[in-house]
Write a protein that binds this ligand. Structure first.
Ligand code: GRF
Length: 195
């Protein structure tokens, strides 16, 4: 079977990407990361990838903060296509995607979000759950659409909110769950178990 080729987009420290990379390295995930793209030139995800010998590319966008310009997004599509990407994996990528990407990779762009969607989309979802007085939150793998964390849910994992939790302690516990859930479900794409 054709080995699934991943294109990863991230803006931050890249802990989810490191978990995916580790799952591949240890043979738990049969896929290959063919390119890591970031809009943040000094991001942890780019540094880690370079050190690991993975091809990287920097997306230079100066005009907008929450999305890419059309030309820039079209250029990103070209870079992913020329790397032969099958599945686009967002791992802490902080901009919205628009038509060029969504039309180039229909149902082949996924994201992980730190709440049980549709609850608490947007920024600092762990803090939103804590402030709302929830006792359970979690993380969600979902398809990406034009909205903010609004695409179809693929999988979720629950994480308890414990007495005395701070935003930081809760976020750390959610991230542990993310690092399990994301590689596991990318594995289902790799085994062609998802439509
Ligand atoms: C994660 O919490 C993820 O849910 C959200 O962005 C964060 C990225 O963290 N989409 P990292 O860069 O993978 O450490």
């Amino acid at each position: 079977m054709h080995q699934l080729r991943l294109g990863v987009l991230g803006s931050g420290k890249g802990s989810n990407f490191r978990a995916i990379h580790e799952a591949i390295r240890t043979g738990r995930l049969d896929a290959r990361v063919v390119v890591v793209c970031s809009d943040v030139v000094d991001s942890g995800i780019l540094k880690f990838s370079r050190d690991a010998g993975i091809a990287t590319t920097w997306i230079e966008e100066k005009r907008f903060k929450t999305r890419l310009s059309r030309e820039c997004e079209e250029d990103l599509v070209e870079r992913l296509r020329s790397a032969g990407v099958d599945l686009v994996v967002l791992a802490g990528y902080m901009r919205m995607l628009k038509a060029p990407m969504l039309e180039a990779f229909p149902r082949r762009i996924i994201n992980i979000h730190p709440s049980l969607l549709p609850n608490f989309p947007g920024l600092e979802a762990w803090r939103q759950a804590l402030e709302a007085g929830e006792t359970v939150t979690g993380c969600t793998v979902h398809f990406v659409d034009e909205g903010m964390d609004s695409g179809e849910v693929i999988a979720q994992a629950e994480v308890p909110i414990l007495p005395g939790d701070t935003p930081e302690s809760l976020h750390a516990r959610i991230q542990e769950a993310e690092h399990q859930l994301y590689p596991e479900w990318i594995g289902r794409f790799a085994r062609r178990e998802l439509p």
